[in-house]
Design a protein around this ligand. Structure first.
Ligand code: NDP
Ligand code: GDR
Length: 366
């Protein structure tokens, strides 16, 4: 009988970490995850996968660690001796990276280096395969459309610059030490588990609350930004596939379809029966409900970024041709699922509010 594979996921408590852990458990892996110490529970996305360690048959084991702390990373890697490491952990919010540039560099750039060095120093180069969560943000000020594996990079935020280092150090360890290491250049991917301050989730959460009368207005920044949005469930498949090949390579993962932030609002609102009309052209236009005339979307310049990535569109032909990968979940299905899940949560919150257990809707930042 072949030995069970062991995977280590950094960022297991995040959106992708939770979908990837689920996938690897389904495939029979023994899964280990690194989580940060937090003053509040931070395992909400993986609680359904987790068993009390005192129970038998535990498949998901969590370890405390941090990308900024080499000692914790080396300790966990030595203990776990993983066949595969998926480095998904990051300060992943682009706008926040302008406010915390040094921390972002430490975790997102040097964090990758720390893991690669741990693999090397522990003598695991021939044993362990490494996946780096690279990003379409590397293209930034885009030089060609659509973007492929050979499109030049031009990062536009401290986040993207940090990820550029992580991308190239991964290539460098592959070339220098013959490590099986891959970059997945993933375009935006969303789900009901998306963090609440990323624009898609911010929109579906706010519109469902507006629908139930719990919120009046959704404040957004650049409505004209265009993104290639896919579903996280499709994209973690590729993260795994990339580590199962003969030779390590980098791949673009994208849906090949582009929509603006404004379109996302319109589509999500339509799912809820809200008919959003836009006042005028340009970035300061605002959206109102055609039935009631109430202002639903208002532009707040606080959400503009010092340097913006206006447009991204990926070409995942290499992934399709070499790995047979294609996304299964369409844009409209993605929006529908996010709206449905947020509506369910808004309904639950509405009940709690009515009973006096919950009195305010948390402020949206980012
Ligand atoms: P999330 O923000 O949802 O998750 C990030 C994870 O990293 C969380 O588990 C977080 O822990 C953890 N983390 C943050 N900082 C540290 C640190 N210093 N040490 C250890 N863990 C840390 O991101 P996603 O799941 O959306 O993205 C996964 C990865 O893919 C990220 O690296 C992101 O930059 C990258 N990426 C994402 C894309 C997307 O569209 N989603 C597209 C391209 C790349 P906690 O839960 O405690 O906050
Ligand atoms: P992004 O995602 O920066 O592409 O990074 P985000 O959803 O934050 O922004 C997408 C676009 O929407 C515009 N926008 C707003 N964004 C936020 N967050 N809040 C707003 O109110 C708002 N209004 C307009 C933004 O300006 C931007 O143009 C995500 C992250 O997951 C990264 O980790 C990942 O690498 C990239 O996707 C690919």
């Amino acid at each position: 009988m072949s030995k069970r594979k062991v995977a280590l996921i950094t960022g297991v408590t995040g959106q992708d970490g939770s979908y990837l852990a689920e996938l690897l458990l389904e495939k029979g892996y023994s899964v280990h995850g690194i989580k940060r110490r937090s003053s509040l529970f931070n395992t909400g996305r993986i609680d359904h996968l987790y068993h009390d360690p005192h129970e038998s048959g535990v498949d998901l084991t969590l370890h405390h660690g941090d990308l900024t702390d080499s000692s914790s990373l080396t300790r966990v890697i030595q203990l776990v001796q993983p066949d595969e490491i998926y480095n998904l952990a990051a300060q992943s919010h682009v706008a926040v990276s302008f406010e915390e540039p040094e921390y972002t560099a430490n975790s997102d750039a040097l964090g990758a280096l720390r893991i690669l060095e741990a693999i090397r120093i522990l003598g695991l180069v021939k044993h362990t395969r490494y996946y780096q969560a690279s990003t379409s943000e590397l293209y930034g000020l885009v030089r060609e459309t659509p973007q492929t594996e050979t499109t030049p990079f031009y990062p536009r935020s401290p986040y993207a610059v940090a990820k550029l280092y992580a991308h190239w150090i991964t290539v460098n360890y592959r070339e220098s030490y013959n490590l099986y290491a891959c970059n997945g250049i993933l375009f935006n991917h969303e789900s009901p588990a998306r963090g609440e301050t990323f624009v898609t989730r911010k929109i579906t959460r706010a519109l469902t609350r507006i629908k139930l009368g719990m919120q009046r207005t959704l404040f957004l920044g650049n409505l004209n930004a265009r993104r290639d949005w896919g579903h996280a469930r499709d994209y973690v498949q590729m993260q795994w596939l990339m580590l199962q090949q003969q030779q390590p390579e980098d791949f673009v993962i994208a849906s090949g379809e582009q929509h603006s932030v404004r379109e996302f609002v319109t589509v999500a609102a339509a799912e809820l029966g809200i008919d959003v009309r836009w006042v005028g052209e340009g970035v300061d236009e605002e959206g109102y409900d055609a039935k009631t005339g109430a202002l639903i979307v208002k532009v707040d310049p606080r959400y503009f970024r010092p340097a913006e990535v206006e447009t991204l569109l990926g070409d995942a032909r290499k992934a399709k041709e070499k790995l047979g990968w294609e996304p299964k979940i369409s844009f409209i299905e993605l929006v529908r699922e996010m709206v449905r899940e947020d509506l369910r949560m808004a309904e639950r919150d509405a009940v709690l509010m009515k009973q006096g257990y919950y009195s305010h809707s948390p402020r949206e930042l980012c």
